[in-house]
Design a protein around this ligand. Structure first.
Ligand code: UDP
Length: 259
């Protein structure tokens, strides 16, 4: 499958709409044969984190699909004269994957969030997609010792799509660590999506989403996110002045930052 990619500091991101990403998820399931293909949703924090964390960088590199998930990424595309078709917020992708997956009769598993959140998210998703086959749910706070049990439960159900909402980079690292054990077709990190779906955290009003200010809305609601979000201005300065906006710190030549 030919991918139209935009590379920002070594991170490949698909130039794709949310609807296309939902359809691509179904295609990946069809090709997968339980090989646990990984889907990621790079945002500015992902890109900056990947410059320092080689494990995370390598996971993003081996993803089968990477959806553009932040205003910083969109600006990164524009500055390279390869504008993205659109920004795909996590929940928008999630809903499109559910929509297209349900049409094809795919099965889903929700892993993550506080106790009861995945179940509540399931309940709400079923209101909009009554035919959706959500075969299992599990909370995201479990001890290392119960990990085997969680994987066993998932593998007994063998869902086509495993949504993992543990927050980044934990969810991506968890998926990558267990990629060869998990009997699923596709696994993807979902961050706070179950919290939104469950109604625990309200999404920003549509007009705020449209002008790309959802990050500011989230910051106002959860001020402790400031620590994570401080990378946004740093990213913008770096991308504005970097001679080669495609190269990562891990490339031998032309890295944008001396390590
Ligand atoms: N979470 C979890 N297990 C953990 C840590 C976090 O299930 O060990 C959940 C947490 O309850 C929340 C989600 O992971 O639902 C992380 O959401 P956040 O909005 O921080 O993720 P982001 O979208 O920013 O990556």
């Amino acid at each position: 499958m030919q991918r139209d990619l935009v590379t920002i500091f070594g991170v490949d991101i698909d130039n794709i709409t949310a609807d296309e990403a939902g359809k691509r998820t179904v295609e990946l399931v069809k090709q997968s044969n339980k090989s646990c293909k990984i889907i990621v949703a790079p945002n500015t924090e992902f890109i900056m984190m990947a410059q320092k964390d080689k494990e995370f960088y390598d996971i993003l590199k081996k993803a089968s699909l990477a959806t553009p998930d932040s205003i910083g990424v969109i600006i990164g595309g524009k500055l390279q004269k390869k504008p993205f078709k659109e920004r795909i917020p996590g929940q928008t992708y999630f809903r499109k994957a559910i929509e297209h997956g349900t049409k094809e009769g795919l099965t889903f598993y929700f892993l993550g969030g506080k106790e009861g959140i995945a179940e509540k998210a399931k309940e709400n998703v079923l209101k909009d997609f009554p035919e959706c086959k959500i075969v299992g749910c599990h909370e995201g706070f479990f001890e290392k010792d119960s990990e085997e049990e969680v994987i066993k439960q998932i593998n007994e159900l063998q869902p086509n799509v495993l949504f993992v909402a543990l927050g980044a980079p934990l969810q991506e690292k968890w998926i990558a660590k267990h990629q060869h054990e998990l009997k699923v077709d596709v696994a993807t990190g979902q961050g706070g999506t179950f919290d939104y779906e469950a109604g625990r955290i309200p999404r920003a009003p549509k007009w705020i989403q449209k002008i790309g200010m959802e990050w500011l809305w989230r910051l106002c609601r959860e001020p402790k996110r400031i620590v994570r979000m401080r990378v946004l201005p740093i990213f913008l300065i770096k991308i504005l002045f970097a001679k080669d906006k495609k190269k990562s710190t891990w490339d031998k030549e032309g890295s944008f930052e001396k390590r």
